[in-house]
Design a protein around this ligand. Structure first.
Ligand SMILES: Nc1ncnc2c1ncn2[C@@H]1O[C@H](COP(=O)(O)OP(=O)(O)OP(=O)(O)O)[C@@H](O)[C@H]1O
Length: 291
C-alpha cells in the first residue's frame, strides 16, 4: 500500500535531509505508529505520502502510484485515497458538525442523497450522534478531533494519516481517539499515525517505526514495542457498519474522469451552493477529506 525505497527529502536551503534514505513497506490494513523526537522527520514522512512534499531522492509508491512519476493532474486522485487528521483539528469554525463532515463529500461531488445517508452513519461511528447541529467552539477538544476523524473517513479512504492527532488532548481522551482510529483501522483502512504519545503507543501494541534525524532507526512488529509503563488496554470490538456497495463519490478511483466542483454541479445542482465558499474553507475541507 505504501512503499519507501531509499527515500530522501532535503528541504531547499537545508544542510541535512529531513528524511534520510528511508526504506520500508506498510501493507494494506496495517496500523503503524511513527515516533521520534521533535524534528526527526515524522511530519515530513506523512507529507511525502500525500505528496504535499516531493522526495529529493529514492522512490515512493502509494496506493499503486509511483509518486515521482505522478503528474500534477493526478494528485487529486491520489489524495482521494488518503484521509488526514491533524493536531489542530482544522475544522471550519462557521459550519456545524454535520456541515463540516458533509462538506468533505460535497467538494468531491457526492450527490445530496448520498451525503444525507452517509454523514449520520459516520458521526454515529465516531460517537457524535446528537451533536450534529453544534459548532466547533461548542465542542471539547476530543469531540472536535472526532469530527475531524469523521471528515477524514467519510469517503472511506483506504489510507488514513494522522499527524499528532492527540497532541492537544488529555491522556484519557488521547487513548479514546487512538481507539477510534483502531476501530477505523479494523474496517480495512491503513492507518499511519505520527506521535510523541508514548503511553498510547505502549498501550496499543502496534507496529512502531522510529526515526532519528530523518533516519529509520527502528521498525518493531506489532505487539513487541513497549516500555512496559502501562498494561495493555482492552480494544473496542463492536462491529462497524459495512461499506456501502456504491462508491461514495461520483468518480470513484478513476484517474482520468473530471471531478470536483464540476461533477458536483452535474450530480446535484444543490451541491453547487458551497462552491461559492471561500478558498480557505475549500482547502480545509479538502485536507480533511484527503482530496
Ligand atoms: N517546510 C520546511 N522547510 C524547511 N525545513 C523544514 C520544513 N518542514 C520541516 N523542516 C525541517 O525538517 C526537519 C524534520 O521536520 P519534521 O516536521 O518532519 O519533524 P517532526 O518529527 O514531525 O517534528 P515534530 O514532532 O516537532 O512535529 C526539521 O529539521 C525541520 O526543521
Amino acid at each position: 500500500m505504501i512503499r519507501f525505497e531509499n527515500v530522501t527529502k532535503t528541504y531547499p536551503k537545508s544542510t541535512r535531509p529531513a528524511v534520510d534514505g528511508i526504506s520500508l513497506e506498510i501493507g494494506r490494513g496495517e496500523f503503524v505508529f511513527v515516533v521520534g523526537t521533535s524534528g526527526s522527520g515524522k511530519s515530513t514522512m506523512l507529507q511525502l505520502i500525500m505528496k504535499e512534499q516531493d522526495a529529493t531522492g529514492g522512490r515512493l509508491s502509494v496506493a499503486g502510484r509511483e509518486l515521482d512519476r505522478l503528474p500534477d493532474r493526478k494528485v487529486p486522485s491520489l489524495r482521494r485515497q488518503i484521509g488526514c487528521v491533524f493536531q489542530d483539528f482544522r475544522l471550519l469554525p462557521n459550519k456545524t458538525v454535520h456541515q463540516n463532515v458533509a462538506y468533505a463529500l460535497q467538494v468531491l461531488g457526492a450527490p445530496r442523497s448520498r451525503i444525507r445517508s452517509t454523514v449520520p452513519e459516520v458521526l454515529d461511528l465516531v460517537g457524535l450522534a446528537g451533536m450534529e447541529k453544534r459548532f466547533p467552539h461548542q465542542l471539547s477538544g476530543g469531540e472536535q478531533q472526532r469530527v475531524a476523524i469523521a471528515r477524514a473517513f467519510v469517503n472511506r479512504p483506504p489510507i488514513l494519516l494522522a499527524d499528532e492527532p492527540t497532541g492537544n488532548l488529555d491522556p484519557g481522551i488521547s487513548l479514546e481517539i487512538v481507539q477510534l482510529l483502531d476501530r477505523i483501522n479494523r474496517t480495512g483502512t491503513t492507518v499511519v499515525m505520527a506521535t510523541h504519545d508514548f503511553a498510547t503507543v505502549d498501550a496499543m501494541r502496534k507496529r512502531v517505526i522510529r526515526l532519528d534525524n530523518g533516519v529509520l532507526v527502528g521498525d518493531v512488529e506489532a505487539g513487541e514495542y513497549t516500555t512496559g509503563s502501562i498494561p495493555r488496554i482492552e480494544l473496542d470490538d463492536r462491529p462497524i457498519p459495512t461499506r456501502a456497495p456504491e462508491p461514495a463519490v461520483a468518480d470513484g478511483y478513476d484517474d482520468g474522469a473530471p471531478t470536483g466542483a464540476g461533477s458536483a454541479a452535474e450530480a446535484d445542482p444543490a451541491a453547487h451552493v458551497d462552491d461559492e465558499a471561500p478558498d480557505g474553507e475549500r482547502q480545509a475541507a479538502a485536507q480533511g477529506s484527503g482530496r
